[in-house]
Design a protein around this ligand. Structure first.
Ligand code: GDP
Ligand code: MG
Length: 324
């Protein structure tokens, strides 16, 4: 069933609907304008639709893909009335996301127990540039794992700003999970090493390690991330089990650029897209789902502790096209 129980399903849908409100309003008001006075889907309408999608941060490549498919369907099938445009668009976006099978609507596969009965901590390293919502996402995730009955430990390896360590400590207090920290200006690799070592010694189920998101050259980024990763393998071979890249959806195309930079610098295994609430740029999720062969696992739909959801492509598209 995943992290969320049955009873909170409805509530989560409402949060998702609320979160996507701005994106939805923006896309559909643009589409309505584009088809005013037109009854047939013709090349002009498709050109306008292309502009709508690009200006909604779906991304050029994914937009072209969607438009081409709609053009083919309009030619082949009898869908030529502009009143069917919403349906066609929804259908093609769903197909495109589903074709990239990575998006599986499951949370992290944290093992219940290892074979010899001793727990091996499941290590999640969280990366991404400053301000995207890493620490907040870690707090929300820690809370979800705790609710699910797992023991959790946090590692404060963003050591470049004092505020960063402090902020993670606040989350650790709030959620009620221990934190491994050594203050600022120490090597992030040393903190990561300690966090994994402690978690192993204390039989902790899940360790979530915060890192600094410095925008720097690709070579430096690569070196820094691999240093931290290497430090984790010393106490625990195979760690980290997940490298979660956090992207701020409200930055639109910047999020795609960051995804490119980080996936080139390290093996990112999953994505979290934050701040879908309060932005009209939620279309970026569609582009990211299409262009990266990495699962979007989580979406952030608010600042609150309960505002992190497992990404479910079908629900996402449903919500985006739901008529209110
Ligand atoms: P970090 O620098 O990557 O660790 O980012 P932070 O976790 O400090 O988050 C930066 C800001 O974004 C904070 O004010 C968070 O409350 C806010 N934030 C994070 N996730 C979300 C989200 O899903 N929705 C909204 N509205 N704000 C968010
Ligand atoms: Mg932070």
């Amino acid at each position: 069933m995943g992290i969320f129980g049955f009873f909170s399903k409805k509530e989560n849908k409402e949060k998702l609907d609320q979160g996507l409100e701005k994106t939805k309003t923006s896309i559909f008001s643009k589409i309505s304008k584009a088809i005013i006075g037109k009854s047939k889907i013709d090349e002009d309408v498709l050109d306008e639709l292309e502009e709508v999608l690009i200006s909604s941060d779906v991304g050029v490549d994914s937009t072209i893909k969607i438009i081409d498919r709609i053009r083919q369907r309009v030619a082949k099938e009898k869908y030529s009335n502009t009143s069917e445009l919403d349906f066609l668009l929804r259908d093609e976006i769903s197909r495109m996301i589903e074709e990239n099978r990575q998006h599986s609507d499951e949370d992290f596969n944290v093992p219940e127990k290892s074979l010899d009965g001793k727990k091996i901590p499941y290590v999640i390293m969280v990366v991404g540039v400053n301000g995207v919502g890493k620490t907040t996402t870690i707090g929300k995730l820690a809370n979800q794992f705790k609710q699910k009955g797992y023991s959790v430990m946090l590692g404060a390896a963003d050591t470049f700003r004092a505020a960063a360590v402090e902020q993670l400590r606040i989350w650790s207090d709030r959620v009620g999970v221990p934190i491994v920290e050594k203050g600022m200006n120490v090597s992030p690799a040393a903190v990561a090493f300690d966090a994994v070592k402690e978690a192993k010694e204390q039989n902790v189920d899940v360790v979530i390690v915060d890192t600094a998101g410095r925008l720097q050259t690709k070579v430096n980024l690569m070196a820094e991330l691999s240093n931290i990763k290497r430090a984790m393998t010393k106490p625990l071979e195979g760690a980290p089990h997940e490298v979660l890249l956090v992207l701020d959806a409200s930055t639109g195309q910047n999020a795609i650029q960051q995804a490119k930079a980080f996936t080139e610098a390290t093996d990112v295994t999953s994505l979290a897209l934050t701040k879908l609430d309060g932005t009209a740029k939620g279309g970026v999720v569609i582009g990211i789902c299409d262009q990266f062969k990495i699962p979007v696992k989580y979406i952030g739909v608010g600042e609150g502790i309960d505002h992190l959801q497992i990404f479910n492509p079908r629900e996402f598209v449903d919500s985006l096209f739901k008529k209110s």
